[in-house]
Write a protein that binds this ligand. Structure first.
Ligand code: SF4
Length: 507
């Protein structure tokens, strides 16, 4: 039965995780060209561009959050879907074993990691029959940071800064603008949105996610929806959110809108927000052998054009070199907008570590330490560990804990992405600490800043959630919250809210 099927699916998974499709590359190249050289967004995009190149060269994960695998499959009538589902699950487990996917599936109640990306609801596999003698498999890998930025609106509704959104296409447009604005940098902008008008709450989100399988240059066959897409792309970048919410001219690279019927009483607008690491590919398989006969979204005969002709962080000469453990004085001398190059020991900690530290003493002395919100992809090689992907995770999840951890244990720098809220900002002020925003998704770039893995604590939480003891060298990040009450996130949100209101008023 389909002897090549498993191999083909594994190839699709690895390729999707490591090689961004050409249309997304083109959009990111355009974003890089559009930002002013030397600006925060341009520096971040330079890191992203290198990361994209490094991922495909080394066959490493583009982002350490290898995402929720979502398969959309079309099969000939009579194909054995039970058998295919079992092979796809095996291929997911194989890719995880090989370190191409981070173990990303956890029990929703206990938080225990299954270790192989399998579990109830993971991966997501949808089958559909068609009248062709071929199998088509499309795969989307969408991470948690951007998934958390999805939004669903029930119209009519009042939107902050925009006013009333009616049950009209104009109301739909306002909802999309609001969703992009509220995501700020938390979903690793510049992002892409798939939108569904109608359906119920469940089918709306599903159809919105399906829009992300369309190519960026695809023109909607429905002229009314094509106009919504075009209108959003004409105006949305005036918001000024920019890459990672650093401020800048490109906040969104794609907007794709679909519509399905609804009940007369409901009018939902569902927005699926994807990050710049917009990973989707597909294959057509021979229905008799399972061999790949054609790639979708990419042409393997066309050589991959590198995103950027340079290596390493582009220095402006204004960077500040810092070494851990950090002194009170060095941290208090930093201000919002400073670019730092951090060297020395760094400890990772995300959700499980933060919850643990609220009830237990830290496994290492954290005085003067840098705590990195990161769930790396780590491989065991003999007795040693090697980090193969290590970008920052979304920090706002740690908002309920961070200030107390700073105060209790003397942490001096928190590294993450997307920024944190007022409670942490107050904690930074009271404890003389800073928040350093690294570039979300730049997992290959940051893995190359790690000189050594010196140890690990709390490994029973699973590899992404454990506390890894790393030594980094010249790890670049931007001070976006400082010890003096400054917050770039608060400032960009306020300025972009103003722009949002102006866009709403220009209807
Ligand atoms: S690029 Fe950012 S939002 Fe996207 S998967 Fe990676 S960490 Fe998550």
């Amino acid at each position: 039965m389909l002897p090549a099927f498993s191999r083909s699916v594994l190839e699709l998974i690895v390729r999707t995780s490591t090689d961004l499709p050409p249309d997304v590359r083109a959009a990111m190249r355009h974003a890089l060209a559009a930002e002013t050289a030397g600006s925060r967004s341009a520096q971040a995009l330079t890191i992203i561009a290198q990361n994209i190149d490094q991922a495909v060269e080394g066959e490493g994960a583009i982002c350490q959050d290898t995402g929720m695998p979502t398969f959309e499959i079309k099969v000939p009538v009579g194909a054995n879907q039970i058998w295919m589902k079992a092979r796809i699950r095996e291929a997911i487990a194989d890719a995880t074993r090989q370190g191409q996917l981070r173990p990303n599936s956890v029990d929703s109640i206990t938080g225990a990691n299954s270790g192989n990306n399998l579990g109830p609801g993971t991966p997501i596999i949808h089958f559909e029959q068609w009248e062709k003698d071929a199998i088509e498999i499309r795969l989307l890998l969408k991470g948690g940071g951007c998934e958390n930025m999805n939004a669903q609106y029930s119209l009519p509704t009042e939107l902050p800064h925009l006013g009333r959104a009616d049950r009209t296409l104009e109301g739909v447009r306002l909802c999309i603008l609001h969703a992009v604005w509220q995501a700020q940098g938390k979903g690793c902008s510049p992002g892409a949105v798939g939108v569904c008008v109608g359906g119920d709450r469940t089918s709306g989100y599903l159809h919105a996610k399906e829009q992300l399988f369309r190519t960026i240059d695809d023109v909607n066959p429905d002229p009314r929806l094509a106009e919504v897409e075009a209108s959003i792309m004409r105006s949305v970048n005036r918001l000024g959110v920019g890459t990672m919410g650093f401020g800048g001219g490109v906040s969104l690279i794609a907007c794709k809108v679909g519509a399905i019927n609804r009940l007369p009483a409901s009018f939902f607008v569902s927005v699926a927000y994807d990050c710049w690491a917009y990973r989707r590919l597909g294959v057509t398989l021979d229905a008799g052998t399972g061999e790949i006969t054609r790639w979708l979204y990419r042409d393997p005969t066309v050589p991959i054009v590198p995103m950027i002709d340079q290596e390493g962080f582009v220095r402006t000469g204004r960077e500040i070199r810092l070494s851990t453990p950090l002194s009170d004085e060095s941290v208090r001398s930093l201000h919002v907008g400073d670019v730092v190059l951090l060297s020395g020991p760094v400890y990772t900690g995300r959700d499980a570590v933060h919850a643990h530290l609220m009830k237990n003493p830290p496994p290492v002395d954290l005085r003067g330490a840098a705590l990195y919100h990161c769930g790396p992809v780590v491989k065991k090689e003999g007795d040693a560990w090697r980090v193969t992907a290590a970008g920052p995770t979304t920090s706002i999840r740690e908002e309920p804990y961070q200030a107390e951890i700073l105060q209790r244990y003397g942490v001096k720098a928190v590294i993450g992405k997307g920024g944190m809220g007022p409670r942490t900002l107050k904690g930074l002020q009271e404890n003389g600490a800073v928040y350093l925003n690294a570039v979300g998704g730049a997992a290959q770039f940051y893995a190359r800043c790690i000189e050594s893995v010196d140890g690990v604590s709390l490994l029973d939480f699973g590899t992404p959630e454990a506390m890894w003891h790393l030594t980094v060298r010249e790890f670049p990040a931007i001070v976006t919250m400082d010890a003096h009450g400054g917050s770039l996130h608060r400032d960009i949100e306020a300025v972009s809210a103003h722009e949002l209101a102006a866009l709403g008023a220009s209807r």
